[in-house]
Design a protein around this ligand. Structure first.
Ligand code: URP
Ligand code: ZN
Ligand code: ZN
Length: 463
């Protein structure tokens, strides 16, 4: 099967050029001068007036994830369907080690969750919750399986939190293996005391989720994560960075030449603490926006956009962790600490970030970089994924810069019963989405079949 995408403008992280894209056997076969005859194509897509960009890579998703007595509502079927509709053709989801359990057990569980369900390609990080010597040893087996990054938590005491000595040991081991440590960098022990005190004082509304997880807890966590990584002489990747002071810690480290990397998420660029206050007369509406770290006051937006522009932040992923209001977020009515943490976002990342291009906050090339190329490089998927180049997988999005799209629940495929950006209309959306050369989404119609997605064994950290 040979496909030609003609008349489009190709955009990579570094270049913008007019070219026809020829696809054969799932790979990009050739990039030619527009109009060049290179034999016959079985299928032709006319991308006149449109951009041809690499499929998005969402390096932070939680599909079918247990949290707070319930499971995130998108499984690998609905989650990857939604991803594809939004122009994302690869996800990296998180498997979670049970406390006292092995890493391979967790990996098997997550393989079972994904097997036969996914529409796009997928890989796994491993959340390590307990790292005695046998588990440190086992990290090597995981790397051989292509799970080359490990998320550690400084928050959620008793559930996910690891102490500094365990973090340091895991970092040293990651260094030996060429694996990457991803850090949830909030100092969690005092946060739990703040939560306890707020509840005792009768503060039960969703906004207290934000007020008990202050910016300083994230800044000090980020600084500590970077300090431990510096001592271990390993790179570190800070996940879901939300705030100015945490960003400053990353900038300071990078200025000293340390391999510190960080991602932010659309919710921290477009939403704010105000959304968590709910509606007049219904403060619990704010539960829709309860995620961790929490949404911050609006003034943080400019700092994060500047971080993206200046390469201090490398990636925008979604931290897609969706729950319904009904039956899930509701678990925290009367006690904000019981609201499952997380928001839907896997489908709307590119739409939202393209607003940054339209507003002049980031260039088109930077848009491609932070949504596809940089995550591919950082997480061992490059050059197979994340760029438009000869020999790369033909994961390609034909992006219509003029298409209007309303980010409303009725238009989206994510299973949560609300949309965080309900009513917001963006300009710029995918027309066609191809995964390994197969047209899986065409003008909003799903053509790809569930189960066609492949597990990706990732390479070790190469930057
Ligand atoms: O609120 C969030 N972020 N939920 C998912 C868990 C995590 O820490 O990434
Ligand atoms: Zn986290
Ligand atoms: Zn997460």
């Amino acid at each position: 099967m040979r496909t030609l995408i003609k008349n489009g403008t190709c955009v990579t992280a570094s270049d913008t050029f007019a070219a026809d894209v020829w696809i054969e056997s799932g790979k990009i076969e050739a990039l030619t001068q527009p109009g060049t005859k290179l034999g016959q194509a079985d299928k032709t897509i006319d991308a006149k007036g449109k951009y041809v960009i690499p499929g998005g890579i969402d390096a932070h998703t939680h599909l079918d994830m247990p949290f707070g007595g319930t499971n995130s509502i998108d499984d690998f079927e609905s989650g990857t369907l939604a991803a594809a509709h939004g122009g994302t053709t690869t996800i990296v989801d998180f498997a979670i080690q049970k406390k006292g359990g092995s890493l391979s057990e967790a990996l098997d569980t997550w393989h079972q969750k994904a097997e036969g369900k996914t529409l796009v390609d997928y890989a796994f990080h491993m959340i390590a919750t307990d790292v005695p010597p046998p588990v440190l040893e086992e990290m090597g087996a995981l790397v051989k399986e292509g799970v080359t990054s490990f998320k550690l938590f400084m928050a959620y005491p008793g559930v996910l939190l690891l102490d500094d000595q365990s973090i340091f040991r895991a970092m040293l081991r990651a260094g030996e293996l060429g694996a990457l440590i991803c850090m949830h960098a909030e100092t969690g022990l005092p946060i739990d005391v703040m939560v306890e005190r707020a509840l005792k004082q009768g503060h039960t509304a969703p906004i207290y989720h934000a007020l008990t997880r202050p910016e300083v807890a994230e800044a000090t966590g980020t600084e500590r994560a970077i300090a431990l990584a510096e001592m271990a002489k390993v790179p570190v990747y800070i996940v879901h960075l939300s705030a100015q002071r945490a960003l400053e810690r990353v900038m300071e480290a990078r200025d000293r030449g340390l391999p510190a990397y960080a991602e932010t998420c659309p919710q921290y660029l477009f939403l704010s603490e105000d959304d968590m206050r709910g509606k007049p007369g219904d403060e619990f509406e704010g539960a829709k926006y309860v995620c961790t770290p929490p949404l911050r006051p609006k003034h943080h937006h400019d700092h994060l956009w500047r971080g993206l522009r200046n390469y201090d932040l490398q990636v925008v992923s979604t931290d897609h962790c969706p729950f319904c209001m009904k039956g899930q977020k509701e678990l925290g009515r009367g006690d904000f600490s019981k609201i499952p943490n997380g928001m839907p976002g896997i489908e709307t990342r590119l739409h939202l970030l393209y607003e940054g291009v339209r507003d002049g906050r980031i260039s088109l090339n930077r848009f491609v970089d932070i949504t596809a190329t940089a995550p591919a490089k950082i997480f061992g998927l490059y050059p197979r994924k994340g760029t438009i180049a000869i020999g790369a997988d033909a994961d390609v999005v034909v992006w219509d810069p003029n298409k209007k799209f309303e980010l409303s629940h009725k238009n989206l495929h994510m299973k949560s019963d609300y949309a965080p950006f309900e009513g917001k209309t963006v300009i710029g959306a995918p027309s066609q989405v191809l995964s390994r050369g197969e047209l899986i989404i065409d003008e909003g119609k799903t053509l790809g079949k569930k189960g066609r997605g492949q597990f990706l064994r990732r390479g070790t950290f190469a930057l």
